[in-house]
Design a protein. Structure first.
Length: 150
């Protein structure tokens, strides 16, 4: 399953990067996830690991992620945060931040998720794709609210 959402946000790429990598507070904008815990000895860069509880459609699981791309904003190229999902549902997530004029940022978020349980999991995830897409759109709206000045 692939879910892609994007938005233009009235905030600098660094502001968004700071929110995206504030691991323990991601639950403030990512409502399907809670109980974030950094499990690596370091908090930034490739190799950071984080555990979180994820609940979608009444199903809760403990997800573990590992950062495999850490390319923060530097003004000359889009920023990229990439993670691997290592829990029950496998896959990866990629967030790209592209600076726009007037202190705006285009955020593009793609999740490639691989369900457990073979064919049964694949069929279940296909049925839940609209719910996942809706959930990620809501997450992006909450992230926008957290990032944009009042």
């Amino acid at each position: 399953m692939v879910v892609t959402v994007s938005a233009d946000i009235s905030a600098a790429p660094q502001r968004l990067w700071d929110l995206l990598t504030d691991w323990e507070n991601q639950g403030e904008w990512m409502r399907e996830a809670s109980d974030f815990e950094v499990t690596s000895p370091h908090r930034s860069g490739v190799g950071v690991t984080v555990a979180t509880t994820v609940r979608i459609a009444g199903i809760a699981t403990r997800d573990r992620i590992r950062v495999d791309v850490w390319d923060p904003p530097n003004g000359s190229s889009p920023a990229h945060l990439g993670i691997e999902h290592l829990g029950w549902v496998k896959g990866r997530g990629d967030i790209h931040l592209t600076e726009l004029p007037n202190t705006r940022t285009h955020l593009a978020w793609t999740e490639h998720l691989h369900p457990p349980l073979g064919l049964v999991g694949t069929l279940g995830m296909r049925l839940l794709t609209p719910l996942f897409t809706h959930t990620f759109h809501q997450d992006l709206a909450r992230l926008r609210s957290a990032a944009e000045p009042s």
